[in-house]
Design a protein around this ligand. Structure first.
Ligand SMILES: NC(=O)c1ccc[n+]([C@@H]2O[C@H](COP(=O)([O-])OP(=O)(O)OC[C@H]3O[C@@H](n4cnc5c(N)ncnc54)[C@H](O)[C@@H]3O)[C@@H](O)[C@H]2O)c1
Ligand SMILES: [Zn+2]
Length: 357
């Protein structure tokens, strides 16, 4: 079992990573609470796969359980589902002495976490993360949110879980598309903070990686925890987690959400930006080559058939834009990054299009 402490004063918590942890979740959660009832918030994909196992484990630990199932997918991370969850929490008689468990990927974690943050002004919750995105990123750090018609994650809160439970065995059922989505983010962690992780990924492939998930997830969670500890409210350092995201988001928007997955957009964004910063002498020579090679290795895209002029209009919406300048996250070399403030007028120096392949 791997355990990572996230130090946030009164809001500190532990991340537990262990194969088979799902069947022991009840005992872990019992050690955190005297709650009588736990409400499990999950989605329509996970409930039939694992719902019974989770409920059994919780009941064996003495909890009364209730299960709230939302339809799977980003389209349901919305206010209607949130209201529905409030109603069901109320029907279950959940009080602030009880506990909410979010059991799913980033959508369930964000939506269920926001419900936990706001129902009765806050009910304690535990994240059980089931997708790669959730296991390496979204379950750690306390950002919870729903999407609004005006944009993604536009209503949300900072609300820390009481613990994060990660069972890498659950990834066996994660559909291929979401595996690749998660791999983009894992490679990102190697790029910004951990040359060792990057090197390990260079020796593995999409098949052999399955026997290394626990150590890879641990490394990513340690990086995320460290970054979050230094910048809980996303005012500075946490920005480095957005490496590749400025161009990535622009690609997602240009092609329409759903064409490229988020992780694929990030993959292309990392590759295009690094090719440019290397050409400008800001990044160590050879870095862009290694990055493209690793993306190819995991069948992730590294270029798009779009020009800088196509992409630039979509970059204005990025959250990292402040006034007349914005901050790009660029690599010094593999494993090391820095913030680069850029005048908006100079943005085209750093944003290139892809090379059609
Ligand atoms: N809060 C944060 O800090 C943060 C960080 C990154 C991403 N996010 C959010 O996370 C979301 C994306 O996360 P995601 O990709 O996990 O989305 P998701 O929750 O929609 O999961 C992807 C799909 O995989 C299915 N799934 C998940 N685990 C599975 C498993 N073990 N077996 C079979 N199927 C499984 C889900 O049912 C869903 O259909 C976005 O809404 C994004 O905004 C939040
Ligand atoms: Zn991302």
């Amino acid at each position: 079992m791997k355990q990572i402490h996230v130090e946030l004063g009164n809001d500190s918590y532990e991340i537990y990573i262990e194969n088979g942890l799902l069947d022991r979740a009840g005992n872990y959660i019992r050690s955190l609470t005297k709650a009588e009832t736990v409400a499990i918030i999950t989605d329509s994909t996970l409930e039939p796969l694992y719902g019974k196992r989770l409920e059994r484990s919780l009941q064996q630990a003495g909890f009364r359980t209730g299960c709230i199932v939302i339809p799977a997918g980003e389209a349901y991370k919305n206010a209607n589902q949130l209201l529905d969850i409030y109603q069901k929490l109320s029907d279950l008689g959940i009080t602030r002495s009880d506990m909410i468990i979010t059991f799913g990927g980033g959508v369930v974690g964000d939506l269920g976490g926001f419900a936990a943050a706001t129902f009765l002004r806050g009910v304690p919750f535990v994240q059980i993360a089931t997708s790669i995105i959730a296991q390496v990123d979204s379950s750690v750090g306390g950002k919870v949110a729903i999407d609004l018609p005006s944009g993604k994650n536009q209503a949300g809160a900072f609300y820390q879980p009481k613990a994060v439970l990660i069972d890498p065995d659950l990834l066996q059922t994660l559909p291929e598309r979401f595996v690749r989505d998660g791999l983009g983010e894992v490679i990102k962690y190697g790029c910004i903070r951990d040359a060792g992780l990057f090197s390990l990924m260079e020796t593995l492939d999409e098949h052999s990686i399955t026997s290394h998930w626990d150590e890879i997830i641990e490394t990513c969670c340690r990086i995320k925890a460290d970054v979050v500890e230094h910048d809980v409210y996303d005012m500075g350092e946490r920005m480095i987690l957005n490496f590749g995201h400025t161009i990535g988001h622009a690609i997602e928007r240009l092609y329409g959400f759903g064409h490229y997955t988020h992780g694929e957009g990030v993959a292309i964004g990392m590759a295009l930006l690094t090719a440019r910063t290397e050409a400008l002498g800001l990044t160590e020579a050879g870095t862009a080559r290694r990055l493209v090679d690793i993306l190819k290795r995991y069948h992730l895209p590294y270029t798009v058939d779009a020009s800088a002029d196509d992409l630039l209009p979509y970059i204005g919406h990025d959250k990292k834009k402040r006034g007349s300048h914005m901050t790009l996250i660029i690599l010094n070399r593999i494993g090391s990054c820095r913030l680069l403030p850029v005048e908006l007028a100079d943005l085209s120096t750093y944003i290139t299009g892809g090379t059609p392949s």
